[in-house]
Design a protein around this ligand. Structure first.
Ligand SMILES: Cc1cc2nc3c(=O)[nH]c(=O)nc-3n(C[C@H](O)[C@H](O)[C@H](O)COP(=O)(O)O)c2cc1C
Length: 294
């Protein structure tokens, strides 16, 4: 049965939180941080899973400490527990721990230092190769995998798997950061990882022990009213809620040394195609890797 819970009250009532005491000052509610102090949203009774998800923050500073040997199989089990379209399981993951390989992949991702710092980089792969190999063993070419729909399914499957791994990693006290920048150079990344035709790296995921000096915080999101539509979609109705978001994200950005508004950042990032971000060649790179978009 669901109850109505003020967002700001969730932190105090979450089972995962320690009871407030004089020794441990109460942690700010993740919901207040997520939406700002003025939002009140009816929530189901909090659970450890919801609390963990609401506390998500990307981590970009890591200690060099190795991961326990149980971490990788645990994350893969979490990833494989995600739904997968028609149980086709159109994804794979490549675990990279070799320092030199991480270094080369960091360079391909624009020099992102956290790839070098953290002990593990998981590269989530859209994978039509396994199905095609099964087809070949049956003497059948799988023409259905030549259509854009299969590529979309493979990307969705890979993303769902990766995000389950994020949730699991964070529940273990680990930090993560996605590396979308691996799509800047799909062919070179494929060469580095030995990816066969019919596969492409969707996104990387750095996993490691957060450096406490990193000080990451929950990053505010748009009000629910901007993203949640009842029955039918309404673009015009979003404007005022996007306005309200600027007031919530501004202090966060200020603390990060960023002076632009959120809308300005959207415009600046997308006003012109980013050749350096692979926009110009992704279509042909996918076709070259055996993921055509008929
Ligand atoms: C598909 C995807 C690709 C991303 N790529 C990068 C990346 O290359 N480098 C990076 O530092 N962060 C990357 N991020 C992290 C986002 O910047 C981050 O999730 C966003 O700013 C929201 O912050 P939060 O995760 O702390 O809430 C990526 C996130 C996603 C979902």
């Amino acid at each position: 049965m669901s109850t109505t819970t003020d967002l700001a009250a969730l932190a105090e009532t979450t089972p995962a939180d320690p009871a407030p005491s004089e020794a441990a000052p109460a942690e700010a509610s993740p919901l207040t941080e997520r939406y700002g102090p003025d939002q009140s949203v009816p929530l189901a009774p909090p659970t450890a899973a919801i609390d963990g998800i609401l506390r998500h923050r990307t981590v970009r500073a890591y200690l060099p400490d190795p991961l326990d040997e149980t971490v990788l199989p645990t994350l893969v089990a979490a990833a494989q527990s995600a739904p997968t379209s028609s149980n086709m399981q159109f994804w794979s993951v490549v675990a990279v721990t070799d320092l030199e390989r991480k270094d080369r992949l960091a360079a391909l991702a624009g020099g992102q230092e956290h790839i070098r710092q953290a002990p593990l980089l998981l590269v989530w792969v859209a994978d039509l190769a396994r199905a095609r190999a099964i087809g070949a063993a049956h003497g059948t070419s799988l023409e259905g995998t030549d259509y854009l729909d299969s590529t979309v399914v493979a990307f969705v499957d890979a993303a769902l798997a990766a995000q389950n791994a994020v949730v699991a990693a964070e529940s273990l006290g680990l930090g993560t950061v996605y590396i979308g920048a691996l799509r800047h150079h799909p062919e070179q990344v494929a060469g580095e990882l030995g990816l066969p035709e019919g596969t492409v790296a969707v996104v990387g995921l750095v996993v490691g022990h957060p450096d406490p000096a990193g000080g990451e915080r929950v990053k505010p999101r748009l009000p629910q009213a901007a993203v949640l539509h009842q029955e039918t979609y309404d673009l015009d109705a979003q404007a005022e809620h996007v306005d309200a978001y600027e007031d919530v994200i501004a202090p966060f950005y200020r603390d990060e040394g960023l002076t632009e508004s959120w809308r300005r950042r959207v415009v600046d990032r997308l006003a012109i195609p980013g050749p350096q971000r692979g926009h110009a060649h992704l279509h042909s790179a996918l076709a070259a890797r055996g993921l055509p978009s008929r």
